[in-house]
Ligand binder design. Structure first.
Ligand code: NAD
Length: 245
């Protein structure tokens, strides 16, 4: 997918990776950029810092189907049908078996079910037009043997599975699907994980190179241009680059 002239929605847009995607997509000449985040004020600040004419900010909880439907409607009214939906919001909750059921539920809800909610909201219009792209931010934690924080690793495996299912099911109808699977990106999520002693963050930091959000955004733009099932692992997980749908 060439980004110039496209209408793009990003969830979790105010976070490290989301904001880097937004800035990079603006540089690529998208026609409209709708920036959604639970933190409406932060999304608003990001939108203002990019280009008011090109952006809309929406306070949105990605786990709420009504809010996500409204988000897609904002994009449609402001710029036209959504070409690329980046389902990027994600959270870490808890570590092991002592994680509360509420935290497990929240991890499932944000890291997995939100991708389902997003697909339901945008796919009908994309299928009508025979074109569209779903970029789902998963994680290397969804590809590797599950180590670190159980709710995160387990839900990210499920998210990769859902992206593959979408690609298998809709790939021959003009729908591109990629699972973005970075490992170790210097964002508020990683910083908070390190500060709180989360095993996943510690393993990530110990594994070597920590990427910048801008490096992730560069890889996404390159991957979208190549129309490939994009994953962005470290060299030690390079074998997973073959895991293309
Ligand atoms: P971040 O914490 O900087 O950003 C996440 C954003 O999502 C925040 O702005 C937050 O407000 C928003 N958010 C959380 N719950 C939400 C909800 N219910 N509805 C709407 N927005 C919500 O984290 P990040 O590192 O930029 O993470 C972005 C994505 O990348 C996540 O899916 C994360 O799991 C994934 N990821 C991050 C890393 C890393 O090392 N940072 C590695 C692999 C994958």
């Amino acid at each position: 997918m060439e980004l110039a002239g496209k209408v793009v929605v990003i969830t979790g847009a105010a976070g490290g990776i989301g904001a880097a995607l937004a800035r990079r997509f603006a540089d690529e000449g998208v026609a409209g950029l709708v920036l959604a985040d639970l933190d409406a004020a932060a999304a608003e600040a990001l939108a203002a810092s990019i280009n008011r004419g090109l952006t809309r900010a929406v306070g949105c909880d990605v786990t709420d189907p009504a809010q996500v439907a409204a988000l897609v409607e904002v994009a449609h009214e402001a710029f036209g049908p959504v070409d690329l939906f980046c389902s990027n919001a994600g959270i870490t909750t808890g570590t092991g078996l002592d994680t509360t059921d509420e935290s497990w539920d929240r991890a499932w809800s944000v890291n997995v079910h939100a991708h389902v909610v997003a697909a339901r909201a945008v796919l009908p219009s994309m299928l009508d037009r025979g074109a569209g792209y779903l970029l789902q931010t998963c994680s290397a934690a969804g590809l590797l043997t599950a180590v670190g924080d159980a709710p995160y690793a387990v839900t990210k495996h499920a998210a990769v599975g859902f992206a593959e299912w979408l690609s298998m099911t809709y790939g021959d109808r003009g729908i591109g699907v990629s699972a973005l699977c970075p490992q170790g990106v210097r964002t508020p999520m990683l910083e908070a994980g390190l500060a709180q002693g989360h095993a996943g963050a510690q393993i990530t930091a110990a594994a070597g190179e920590v990427l910048t959000p801008e490096q992730v955004a560069d890889a996404v733009v390159e991957g979208l241009a190549a129309e490939r099932f994009l994953i962005l692992p470290h060299p030690e997980v390079a074998t997973y680059q073959q895991r293309k749908v």
